[in-house]
Design a protein around this ligand. Sequence first.
Ligand code: 9MR
Length: 451
Amino acid sequence: MPRSLPRRAAGAFASALLAATTLTALAHSATAADGTLGSAAAAKGRYFGTAVAANHLGESAYSGTLDREFNAVTPENEMKWDATESTRNTFTFGAADQIVSHAQGKGMKVRGHTLVWHSQLPSWVSGLGAGDLRTAMNNHITQVMQHYKGKIYAWDVVNEAFQDGSSGARRSSPFQDKLGNGFIEEAFRTARSVDPDAKLCYNDYNTDGVNAKSNAVYDMVKDFKARGVPIDCVGFQSHFNSASPVPSDYQANLQRFADLGVDVQITELDIEGSGTAQANNYANVVKACLAVTRCTGLTVWGITDKYSWRSSGTPLLFDSNYAQKPAYAAVLTTLGGTGGGDGGGGNGGDPAAACTIAYARTSDWNDGYNGEVTVTAGAAPITGWTVTLTFPSGQKVSALWNGSPTWNGDVATVRSTYNGNLAAGASTSFGFTVMKNGSSTAPTLGTCTAS
Ligand code: 9MR
């Protein structure tokens, strides 16, 4: 392993003795209007959210990315029945409270997920007889909604109550089997009585296109609206992969629900894949939501591929090092965001300048390593790029090449030099040598902004 500087360590050279500062600097590195998912969505009158797990909030790159990019959250598991009432009438809100207070502190919306669902249901619930089950269901809805009253934008009141396939039937569950079809209506009525200000949603998967399952949900919503059963929104989970691709009638399906007089929301979006194919699929989902006036927002089902429920399918917008993937640039561009580039909107409908970054450690030795950041232009050509990187406290960057750095504590802002002009989709890279000083941790990638 090399112990000296690489031979190509020429050009811009930075020697920075990195002082100990906190990583929170990262959270403030990209606040340009429309330069993040949340701000770009907000400019279109929508939110852009993510599922969040309370146990990752202490990881600075996780919460840094969350705080920078998203303006809505859904607790991934913390509000489910097994988490909030694992023992009858003993309610546990600690983990969910952590997420809600984090979100409130940052002005983010919270989607409540979920009150009545056949899965992640404690066995004491499944064991109850009909009368007792009805009481337990209404009590669960009441206690949980009461606890979060005034803090929740929308609740998934009932989740996944319909069967897959062509039957259009309700799914077998303790609620369905013992209380019959009416449990859904009862859950919504109870929910409305507890928090009249929260939007009440029905949420499901495989209902993203027009099919037997979505037709059955459609009929239910239509019936609810006709009879005055309180329902405000329908959530389309939108978990996609090659076996379950984005349907060609996705937008039409959202629109027909919206036409019933409910909001529609993309609630758990993730799309397995990589590169341009994944980016195009994401762009199509975002386009569909923007084209439907009552599509009020999108939520992706996690921040980083690292913690996705189906991590091996790399379905999210940030890779496992929190680098923005091509899908990120595609979503931001489709939302009309600029990636910090040209202010957006003034380019006659051409894609906005945007870029993504990926990091690799190219060599490693006892007390140092070389890192390389690849910068890739989005759907438009770019004329310059700026990347932020945060190095762990103590590490010393002894050389940096093919980019021009300025330093603020541990945070390097690296600008293109001769290598700022990139065709759409084209890449360049810059590199650096780091003296570990006891820490071999990789730098945290911040934003890539393009002009
Ligand atoms: O992402 C969630 C994962 O961490 C849990 O283990 C799983 C348990 O059922 O639930 C996942 O989230 C699901 C969501 O609550 C409802 N729609 C499907 C999601 C993915 O399975």
